[in-house]
Design a binder for this molecule. Structure first.
Ligand SMILES: Cc1cc2nc3c(=O)[nH]c(=O)nc-3n(C[C@H](O)[C@H](O)[C@H](O)COP(=O)(O)O)c2cc1C
Length: 166
């Protein structure tokens, strides 16, 4: 069951998030991109195993996500520090990050979006809710400072349809 697999992987996922994970999306027109994310949740909502990650509207990935059904998260287990930093500091608007950082796009088991080869844990997620943080009430000063000069994130909640180890 996907929920059991998610529970088994949750510790590794949360630990790896501190270093970053690859968010990969292929939109309805087949446009593909990968970027690094560091902020995400996994859990149980609506009796479904769920993952949520945040993408700022300035990202090229945001454009693709707006026209996509799904996304994947690939969590490295070994050292992919340079690739994570590269995908987190260049834009798919300007470069093909798969070529630049020698990343392999491996077809998803259940998603149109591929995963990144060579990682330790994979989540394939079908987008269920898009939530604009710009419309939300931020209740604490601890959050405000993240939005001085940059756009408020869009939260993408996805049903985890596959969770597996690499
Ligand atoms: C470790 C790390 C974590 C990051 N986490 C996020 C995140 O959770 N959400 C986000 O919008 N950007 C995050 N970024 C920034 C994007 O990865 C970065 O702006 C990237 O260049 C966007 O690529 P794109 O324009 O191809 O979408 C992170 C960057 C790094 C290095």
């Amino acid at each position: 069951m996907v929920l059991d697999q998610l529970a088994e992987c949750a510790g590794d996922i949360i630990r790896q998030l501190q270093r970053g994970a690859f968010l990969t999306v292929r939109d309805a027109d087949g446009r593909l991109n990968v970027m690094t994310v560091g902020w995400a949740y996994v859990g149980l909502i609506w009796r479904m195993p769920m993952a949520m990650m945040l993408v700022r509207p300035e990202r090229h990935t945001y454009m693709l996500l707006e026209d996509a059904e799904d996304f994947t998260l690939s969590f490295p287990s070994g050292n992919m520090k340079d690739e994570l930093m590269g995908c987190g500091s260049t834009s798919g608007r300007d470069v093909n990050k798969f070529e630049r950082f020698h990343l392999e796009a491996v077809e998803g088991r259940a998603t149109h979006s591929p995963v990144i080869g060579g990682c330790g844990t994979y989540l394939e997620c079908r987008i269920t809710v898009k939530e604009d943080l710009g419309c939300a009430k931020l209740l604490t000063d601890e959050i405000d400072h993240w939005y001085e000069g940059e756009g408020k994130h869009i939260l993408y909640h996805g049903k985890v349809v596959e969770c597996y180890k690499g």
